[in-house]
Write a protein that binds this ligand. Structure first.
Ligand SMILES: [Zn+2]
Length: 63
């Protein structure tokens, strides 16, 4: 299973958004960002690794 990820906040609640003039886009339900090409991951592990790297919240970081 692959899923789409917001390029702005890295949330996974990204859904297709049909704009009349601009064509197919995607919209993030978390931050409202609209994007033509969201990030896409094949597995949750890949997404977690990416997110951990970008946000530093991998969950197993040392204080
Ligand atoms: Zn977002």
């Amino acid at each position: 299973m692959s899923f789409r990820v917001c390029i702005n906040c890295y949330g996974i609640r990204v859904y297709p958004y049909m704009g009349f003039m601009v064509g197919q886009q995607y919209e993030c339900q978390d931050c409202g960002e609209r994007m033509v090409i969201p990030l896409e991951f094949d597995s949750e592990d890949e997404y977690r690794a990416f997110r951990g790297e970008m946000l530093g919240d991998a969950g197993d970081e040392e204080a």
